[in-house]
Ligand binder design. Structure first.
Ligand SMILES: *Cc1c(COP(=O)(O)O)cnc(C)c1O
Length: 349
């Protein structure tokens, strides 16, 4: 059966070129910096982001956690968006493992945080308050709909960070989607961020891995935290090889994912029972609220036809769709037809 998996861009499978590179990868003991393929991927990542150094980690969650541990200590606070992945979807690792408190400020509909709100959330130097140690932003913003912060947005927040001598961390799990959407070099987009993490395992199509990039000093400290978390690796060249292929071959094609997401969003807007503003979605994520009562049942019926969507919330009424390398334009046509027919036949309003 034809399967179109729109639940996440983590559903991508390694490409034939990745599998070949993985099989043939030169390897060594990465904990001693002796794996030439890991070293190459780290150098490429540092170069692409315009940072001094980079380190390979097993996930984006680990990237954000290691960044938090690098810049904050127990009993201190970090400022995060109230809809951020760090705050909502990483099992409260910074708090549970690092004793760091989350200070939330409002994300607007496109994931931006007002620089003024950030400034107001920085604690004064007074014994009543936890010292503020880090500001974190997310680009693209997952729960806001894959929306993009521009270099000017990032600079506005970066200026506040600099004025208060605070490090700015960017959760750039999908930062390449932002760079492709804006047609802007990645380095320009992350210039104001002291640290940035990006996922190899989402739109870039790798089976595993994230990179954390920053100053040499901060990345050295990050390596220590990676080790403490049990995340330091040995012959990880087999993983890094896929990352090298991803950076060389999988970035520019993301424009197709964005076009497919747009087509999907505008198609959904024409189907009874879907509420969304199709023009809101800039990259590869589309969210829609459904108005039929049996949303979970409809999602199950689509699943039976090979169309997999992410029906969220306790009632399954908010649907998330993510386009990626394993979904093409014809798959979107098929998906829209399947949804339209299934809703017509089975939706209860
Ligand atoms: C997926 C994601 C992460 C975490 O990445 P994992 O590799 O799944 O741990 C972090 N931030 C954002 C915005 C994400 O979408």
């Amino acid at each position: 059966m034809r399967v179109i998996d729109l639940r996440s861009d983590t559903k991508t499978r390694p490409t034939p070129a990745m599998r070949k590179a993985m099989a043939e990868a030169e390897v060594g003991d990465d904990m001693l910096a002796e794996d030439p393929t890991v070293n190459k991927l780290e150098e490429m990542s540092a170069e692409r982001t315009g940072k001094e150094a980079a380190v390979l980690l097993s996930s984006g969650t680990m990237g954000n956690l290691v960044a938090s541990l690098t810049y904050c200590q127990r009993g201190t606070e970090m400022i995060v968006g109230d809809r951020s992945h760090i705050f909502r979807a990483e099992a409260a690792g910074a708090s549970g493992l690092g004793g760091i408190a989350y200070r939330t400020v409002a994300n607007d509909s496109r994931g931006m945080i007002s620089p003024k709100a950030i400034e107001n959330a920085i604690n004064p130097n007074d014994q009543h308050y936890a010292p503020t140690k880090m500001i974190a932003i997310e680009n693209t913003h997952n729960s806001c709909g894959g929306t993009v912060l521009t270099p000017a947005d990032v600079k506005a927040i970066g200026d506040v960070a600099k004025a208060h001598k605070l490090p700015l961390h960017m959760d750039g799990a999908r930062i390449f989607n932002a760079a492709v959407y804006l047609e802007t070099p990645l380095s320009e987009l992350v210039r104001e961020a002291d640290m940035v993490t990006f996922c190899l395992s989402k739109g870039l199509g790798c089976p595993i891995g994230s990179m954390l990039c920053g100053t040499r000093e901060a990345i050295d400290q990050a390596r220590r935290w990676r080790k403490a978390l049990g995340g330091a690796t040995r012959q990880a060249g087999v993983i890094a090889a896929a990352g090298v292929v991803a950076l060389e071959q999988m970035v520019d094609r993301m424009a197709d994912d964005h076009a497919n997401a747009r087509k999907l969003a505008f198609g959904l807007a024409n189907i009874k029972g879907f509420v969304l503003d199709p023009g809101h979605f800039q990259t590869n994520l589309v969210f829609a609220d459904t108005t039929f009562k049996n949303a979970l049942e409809i999602a199950r019926k689509l699943d039976d036809q090979g169309v997999k969507v992410n029906a969220r919330g306790y009632d399954g009424k908010t649907w998330r769709f993510v386009t990626h390398a394993d979904v093409n334009s014809a798959d979107i046509d098929f998906t829209l037809k399947a949804i339209s027919a299934t809703v017509k036949a089975h939706a209860v309003f």
